[in-house]
Design a protein around this ligand. Structure first.
Ligand code: OAD
Length: 241
């Protein structure tokens, strides 16, 4: 039986691929007002601006590649049962080879009709479809005749996959958190569902505000931090042999 690792990732894991984080200096939220481009109210006020913002994110995603941290996370699958629970809307975990990825905040390469559902009721996966790196504009309609919107969870909307993510964390033997400021709920509270004896590793170059007796903070960038984590993991494996 393989042990289970829940890997909880945020923008920091993709930083070394060239995608800026949100809250670091020069981060996205210094360049845009989050309430204008990433909230349901912003969409209702000015959907064209929101579409442009995500069109630009998709254009950028096309030009970047997974880094060694994404690859190291994918390689954990050789010895462990791994589920990646990411707040990221990019597809770099999948492109690095991770086979089991839950996107809490949606996916840049997917869209759905605005009328498919109430934002608090979740959505039917059947109505979600892939557009790759294409743009969408006002007037681009879904088969049901309604406007297409990005398949993104905005501020003010429910997070339909959170229950599944909680189940994953509750069942995990090891928790690994990479590159998230843990400021956005409910994702930020997920690690608290860990088993009492599950070790928690956090890779982040900044100080972290997590106080847990099981915590190991690897204070480094994601690529270097993953190399350190794998060393710690092989020492742990020797102790279990
Ligand atoms: P943040 O920008 O809030 O946090 C990024 C974290 O990554 C910080 O703790 C940084 O110290 C760390 N970091 C920076 N460079 C790193 C590197 N090279 N390696 C490892 N870590 C690094 O991003 P998130 O926590 O992911 O949601 O943000 C959460 C949510 O807020 C996003 O999903 C997005 C945003 O608003 C929505 O838009 C709905």
């Amino acid at each position: 039986m393989k042990q289970k690792i829940a890997v909880l990732t945020g923008a920091g894991v993709s930083a070394e691929s060239g995608i800026g984080t949100f809250r670091d200096s020069n981060g996205l939220w210094e360049q845009y007002r989050v309430e204008d481009v990433a909230s349901i109210e912003g969409w209702r006020r000015n959907p064209g601006l929101v579409l442009d913002f995500y069109n630009a994110r998709r254009r950028q995603l096309k030009t970047v590649k997974p880094n060694n941290a994404h690859r190291a996370i994918a390689e954990l699958e050789e010895k462990y049962h791994v589920t990646v629970v990411t707040q990221n809307v990019d597809n770099l975990h999948e492109r690095a080879g991770s086979t089991n990825v839950i996107h809490l905040h949606g996916e840049l390469t997917k869209v759905r009709p605005v009328d498919c559902c109430n934002e608090n009721d979740g959505f039917s996966e059947k109505q979600v479809f892939d557009i790759g790196y294409d743009e969408i504009h006002i007037g681009d309609l879904a088969p049901d005749g309604s406007q297409l919107r990005p398949h993104i969870v905005w501020f003010g909307e429910a997070v339909p996959k959170i229950e599944k993510a909680i189940d994953i964390v509750e069942a995990a033997d090891i928790i690994l958190i990479v590159g998230t400021s843990l400021q956005v709920y409910p994702a930020a509270g997920l690690y608290r569902y860990a088993k009492a004896d599950a070790p928690i590793f956090i890779i982040d170059p900044k100080d972290v505000n997590v106080h847990d007796p099981n915590l190991t903070h690897i204070k480094d960038v994601a690529t270097e931090g993953m190399a350190s984590f794998r060393k710690l993991l092989s020492e742990r494996e020797k102790n279990f042999e």
